[in-house]
Design a protein around this ligand. Structure first.
Ligand code: BEZ
Length: 252
């Protein structure tokens, strides 16, 4: 997973990502002083929330830009540069936590990532996470698919949004026991008049690699946004049609 982030804009305009993550932390059932890895820690905001709960926290992320912010803001937390699908820890931890990361990893990468998490956990260690679940942003990706096709392009879906059943199978195959699973809608408010356009420009990058000019790219985004106005512009505010998959699994 190698994404180039506009780290400052991400931190300022998309802070809901870590704000929602606070409720995922509540699924962890571990004593103060337990060791926790925040996998895909980004700007470190949730690593800090975990530290505030009394855990000994490490964060790991592939983005140097986001890690730069994390290290500057939270100097007492150890942040490691690494890929979620190919990492090892110097010693196993009690808990692996992750928020809003795994949808960036394709189906093959998921098995590698789950094996790394399994190796990083102590026996009976907890794996607590949330990411985009089946049906996530269906309206947005549908509108982009139609706008791409009007311009003669094919929209390649860049994200992995599994069902609970599909993901539970991957977890069990890797040696986890599923203790909690939920799939739920979360209409998520976006910032400002250009909220949806900004969201697409920030998060949907790879499908646009086939689009020939910047002008066409801008037109496709505008077309998709306008097609979504009826559904996702509600009382003067833009929303994204998020669906979350939230799970807790224990390493056997
Ligand atoms: C999500 O958190 O579900 C998400 C964010 C950006 C792109 C795709 C999914």
């Amino acid at each position: 997973m190698n994404i180039k982030w506009d780290a400052n804009k991400y931190t300022e305009d998309f802070s809901f990502v870590h704000q929602y993550g606070n409720s995922v932390i509540e699924l962890i059932d571990a004593d103060e002083g337990s060791s926790v890895l925040d996998l895909g820690c980004g700007n470190g905001a949730l690593a800090k929330a975990l530290q505030d709960k009394g855990y000994r926290v490490k964060g790991l992320d592939a983005s140097e830009e986001l890690l730069g912010i994390a290290k500057g803001k939270y100097p007492t937390i150890e942040f490691l540069h690494g890929d979620s699908t190919d990492f090892t820890l110097s010693e196993p931890v009690d808990v692996v936590f992750s928020n809003a990361v795994f949808h960036w990893i394709n189906r093959d990468g998921q098995m590698n990532m789950l094996q790394c998490v399994h190796n990083a956990l102590k026996k009976r260690g907890q794996f607590v996470f949330e990411f985009g679940g089946h049906g996530n942003n269906q309206k947005i990706h549908g509108a982009l698919t139609r706008a791409f096709s009007e311009y003669g392009y094919c929209y390649e879906m860049p994200f992995y949004f599994p069902t609970i059943g599909e993901y539970a199978v991957l977890l069990e195959k890797t040696g986890f026991e599923v203790h909690f699973a939920a799939l739920f809608d979360r209409l998520t408010g976006l910032k400002g008049e250009s909220g949806l356009k900004d969201w697409i420009n920030m998060f949907v990058k790879t499908p646009f690699s086939v689009v020939k000019t910047e002008q066409e790219k801008a037109e496709i985004v505008d077309k998709a946004v306008e097609a979504l106005r009826n559904d996702l512009f509600i009382n003067g505010k833009w929303y994204a049609d998020y669906v979350r998959i939230r799970m807790k699994a224990v390493r056997l």
